[in-house]
Design a protein around this ligand. Structure first.
Ligand SMILES: Cc1cc2nc3c(=O)[nH]c(=O)nc-3n(C[C@H](O)[C@H](O)[C@H](O)COP(=O)(O)OP(=O)(O)OC[C@H]3O[C@@H](n4cnc5c(N)ncnc54)[C@H](O)[C@@H]3O)c2cc1C
Length: 465
C-alpha cells in the first residue's frame, strides 16, 4: 500500500460533493486532482446551475464539521425550524418540524456553499483544481478519465478515480456498459421552475415586519395545492427563491400555462398572497427554465476497487426531503470514516463503503418520493396535522423511544434505511392515536389535554398487549 503522499486520486466534478471529497482526501495527505467542466466560479461568476438555495440539515452539517467548515457555512445560513403553510386565501399556519425548538433545517445558497468548499480545497497544497476540464470518458481498468479542455484532449490516470459528476455522470456511464451493473432511472411527471420574491421594500411590504424580508424568513414556505405545490426558501440577500413544482402536461401544468399566457391571473387565483410579492413574475415565468426531476439508483458503485461513485452520480433523488446534498455529504463522511477503519487501505475502503451504503441510498430515494405527496397534499389535511401534533407529543414524552421519521432523517445521522424502519413505527403509532382521537371527536385539544390523552391511550395500548 502506497502512502497517501504517493497516491494520486482523480475526482471528476467539483460540485458540492466533489469539492468536499477533495477537502477530505487532501486533508489525509492524498495527491488530489479535481476536474470540473465549468470555469472557475470565483472568476467567472456562477454559470447556469440548478436551484439557488438548498436546505442543509444534520447529516450535511456533520460532514462539514469533519473538515472544519461547519461554522463558516452555518454563519451564512438561515434557520428554518418549521413549515409555513399558505392556503388558497393566503391564510398562514406554522408547523414546527420538531417538538425540540433547537431543531431546524438551514437555508443556504448553493453557490456560496460551493465557493466555501472550493476555497477550502484550493487552500490545501495537496489539491489541484482544474476548471474547464470536462470528463468525456473513463477507463475503469487504468483507472483514468479523459478530459476535454480549452487546449484539447488529455488523459489523467490516477491510482483511484472518484465520480462526483452528478446525476448524469460520465464516470457512471462507463460503468453502465460493464457486466452486472444495475441501473435504474425514472423521471417524475412534474418539473420545476424557479421564481423570485424580492426584499420587502421592492414588493410594497413594510420592511420592519420581517427584518427586510417580504415574509417570515425562519420557515420553509409551502403553498400545497393537491397534485402540485410551490415552496419558497429565504436567501441572505433578503429575497426568497420560490420553486413551482408542476406537472409537465395536463390540467394546471407547464403545458397549459404558456410563458406568454395569463400567468398573473393564474397566480392571483391559486397563490394570491405570493402573487402580490412577485413583481417580476411574468418575466421570471417566461425566462426561467423548467427543470426535470430524476431518481437514479445503481449498484455496485465501484469497479475493481479503484473507481467509486459518490453523491448524485451514485444516487440522484427528488428534492422533497431536502436530502440530496445532505446524503452526498454523508457519503463523504462515511467514506472518510471507512478509510480510517481500514487504516488507509483505499481499495478496501472503496469496496466496503460501496457495498454498505446502497440500502441507505435506496431508502432516502423512496422517502423523498413519498414526501412529495406529504408536502403538496397531506400537510393541508386536518388528520395529518393532528398526527403531526401527536408525533410531537410522543417525542416530548420520550425523545429516545419516539423519535419521529422526519426528525430521524433531518436531525440525526441514523442510516436512512434504519431511520425509515424506526421512524415508520412512530408514524404508524401516531396515526393510530390520531385516528382514535378523531373518532372520539377530540381533535381540538390544547397541548396539555392532548398530552394527557396520548398518555392515556398509550397506557390503554400497553394494558391490552
Ligand atoms: C430543485 C432542487 C432542489 C434541491 N434542494 C435540495 C435541498 O434542499 N437539500 C439537499 O440536500 N439537496 C437538494 N437538492 C439536491 C442537490 O442539489 C444534489 O443532491 C447535490 O447538488 C448533489 O451534489 P453532487 O456534487 O453530487 O452533484 P452536482 O451538484 O450535480 O455537481 C456535479 C458537478 O460535476 C460537474 N460535472 C458534471 N459533469 C461533468 C463532467 N463530465 N466533467 C467534469 N465535471 C462535470 C458539474 O458541473 C458540477 O459542478 C435539490 C435538487 C434540486 C434539483
Amino acid at each position: 500500500m502506497k502512502p497517501p503522499s504517493e497516491t494520486h486520486v482523480v475526482i471528476a466534478g467539483a460540485g458540492l460533493v466533489g469539492a468536499l471529497l477533495a477537502c477530505q482526501l487532501g486533508k489525509r495527505g492524498y495527491r488530489v486532482t479535481l476536474c470540473e467542466r465549468r470555469p472557475d466560479p470565483r472568476a467567472a461568476g456562477f454559470v447556469g446551475g440548478r436551484s439557488i438555495n438548498l436546505a442543509l440539515s444534520c447529516r450535511g452539517i456533520t460532514a462539514l464539521r469533519r473538515v472544519g467548515l461547519d461554522d463558516t457555512v452555518l454563519a451564512s445560513s438561515i434557520r428554518m425550524p418549521g413549515r409555513m403553510l399558505h392556503d388558497e386565501k393566503g391564510n398562514l399556519t406554522f408547523q414546527a418540524y420538531s417538538s425540540n425548538p433547537e431543531d431546524a433545517i438551514r437555508s443556504i445558497s448553493r453557490s456560496d456553499l460551493n465557493l466555501i468548499l472550493l476555497d477550502a480545497a484550493d487552500k490545501n497544497t495537496n489539491v489541484e483544481i482544474r476548471f474547464e476540464s470536462r470528463c468525456v470518458g473513463a477507463d475503469l481498468n487504468a483507472p483514468s478519465i479523459e478530459l476535454e479542455t480549452p487546449t484539447g484532449h488529455e488523459t489523467i490516470t490516477g491510482d483511484y478515480v472518484f465520480g462526483c459528476d452528478g446525476a448524469f455522470s460520465t464516470v457512471r456511464g462507463a460503468m453502465q456498459v460493464t457486466d452486472r451493473f444495475n441501473y435504474q432511472q425514472s423521471y417524475l411527471d412534474h418539473g420545476y421552475k424557479e421564481l423570485l420574491i424580492p426584499p420587502a421594500a421592492e414588493c410594497g411590504v413594510d420592511a420592519s415586519l420581517h427584518d427586510g424580508f417580504a415574509m417570515d424568513p425562519h420557515a420553509l414556505h409551502i403553498w400545497p395545492r393537491g397534485h402540485y405545490m410551490m415552496i419558497a426558501l429565504p436567501n441572505d440577500d433578503r429575497t426568497f427563491t420560490c420553486t413551482l413544482f408542476w406537472p409537465f402536461e395536463g390540467p394546471n401544468s407547464f403545458a397549459e400555462l404558456a410563458p406568454d399566457g395569463p400567468v398573473r391571473d393564474y397566480f392571483d387565483e391559486h397563490f394570491p398572497d405570493a402573487s402580490r410579492l412577485m413583481p417580476t413574475l411574468e418575466y421570471d415565468y417566461a425566462n426561467n427554465p423548467i427543470g426535470s426531476l430524476v431518481t437514479v439508483r445503481c449498484s455496485p458503485w465501484q469497479r475493481h476497487a479503484r473507481t467509486l461513485l459518490l453523491g448524485d452520480a451514485a444516487h440522484a433523488i427528488v428534492p422533497f426531503y431536502g436530502q440530496g446534498m445532505n446524503a452526498g455529504f454523508e457519503d463523504c463522511r462515511l467514506f472518510d470514516e471507512t478509510i480510517e477503519q481500514v487504516e488507509g487501505d483505499l481499495s478496501v475502503a472503496i469496496e466496503r463503503f460501496a457495498e454498505s451504503r446502497v440500502p441507505a441510498a435506496n431508502a432516502i430515494a423512496d422517502l423523498a418520493l413519498e414526501n412529495f405527496v406529504e408536502m403538496r397534499d397531506s400537510v393541508a389535511d386536518p388528520l395529518f396535522l393532528l398526527r403531526k401534533r401527536v408525533e410531537h407529543t410522543l417525542h416530548r414524552l420520550d425523545a429516545e423511544c419516539y423519535m419521529p421519521l422526519y426528525n430521524l432523517v433531518s436531525f440525526s445521522n441514523m442510516p436512512y434505511d434504519e431511520a425509515r424502519i424506526v421512524g415508520g413505527r412512530v408514524v404508524r403509532l401516531a396515526q393510530c392515536i390520531a385516528g382514535s382521537l378523531q373518532q372520539d371527536g377530540e381533535t381540538g385539544l390544547d397541548d396539555e389535554a392532548l398530552q394527557a390523552r396520548v398518555v392515556a391511550i398509550l397506557d390503554h395500548m400497553e394494558g391490552s398487549t
